[in-house]
Design a protein around this ligand. Sequence first.
Ligand SMILES: [Mn+2]
Length: 346
Amino acid sequence: MWADIMFKKIIPIIEKGRRFVITGHEHADGDALGSQLALYYLLAQMGKTVHAINCDPPQKKFLFVDPQRVVKVHTPGSGLGPFASCDAWFIVDTSALLRIGSLGEVVPQVTCPKVVIDHHTFNPEESFADINCIDDKAVATAILVYKLGRRLGCRIDKRIALALYLSIYTDSGGFVYTKMTPEAHRIVAELMEAGVVPYEVFDSLYQTHPAAEAKLFGRALNSLRFEHNERIAYMTLSSRVYSSAGADPEGSENYLLNYVRAIKTVEVVVLLRQLPDGQVKVSLRSKGRVRIDGVARDLGGGGHWYAAGATIPGSLSRVREKLKALISRELRAHYSRSSQDTSIQL
Ligand SMILES: [Mn+2]
């Protein structure tokens, strides 16, 4: 395995070195933060001096894995500081310099080896590291960090186990995504033996919604309309609804979209939300068969194939009409490509 060959290069660097820096990608998800913290505590266990630094602060919901707040936030323009004398700079959960924000300007300036540990598809054009330890079959970067820790002869203590667990749990969608393996389950078993309590992680991550959000949910679901044989779901929310519900719109949006996307017949979910400035924020989610990035682009926005959005001027009803036409177009294109499903009436 490629990662094994890379471990042979990384281990002597760690064994000989004394000071290390670890960085995760911007807007760190559970895997980026968990891998970063696990590696931090593994190196600290070996008696090394370690700095963990990102371009932006961790999301609040993940702070339970970093009670000592070891992950610091970089101040752009603050110079090289303690990093100038480091023996290696680890970048976890990305191999692209663009994904580490303001630190992308600092990393190329230091002379020490840059070591990427990652599980995303490797793009040589975006690569900057001296060593790329990548296994794109791994369900999480944390699997590689775990294996590296084992090869270094480290103990997986509770702090490390919790960080690794957060990574694997979130990046596997709760151990169900297609990259999940028996090996990853065995590692998870070991993390539980080290003291991780799955229910506590679940509780910290997912049972933290404010009560006001439930009211907002009710209003949003009241506005739910279906089109195209329940394949497209629309929700519309005026700015008045949000202010009266008292919930944080950004925080509840994803939850709402995922809930509606889970309806069996639904292929695409559309949420139209009126912003205080009168514009309409369009959020689109697809189940993974109909691409919606083109729709977002046509509205002047963007995003991924199956999760995209745009912010546009106009009334809720005008924007909705515009979207109906664009999404019908995508559906027609999709179903004319897929010959299996000929029963669909548009
Ligand atoms: Mn990841």
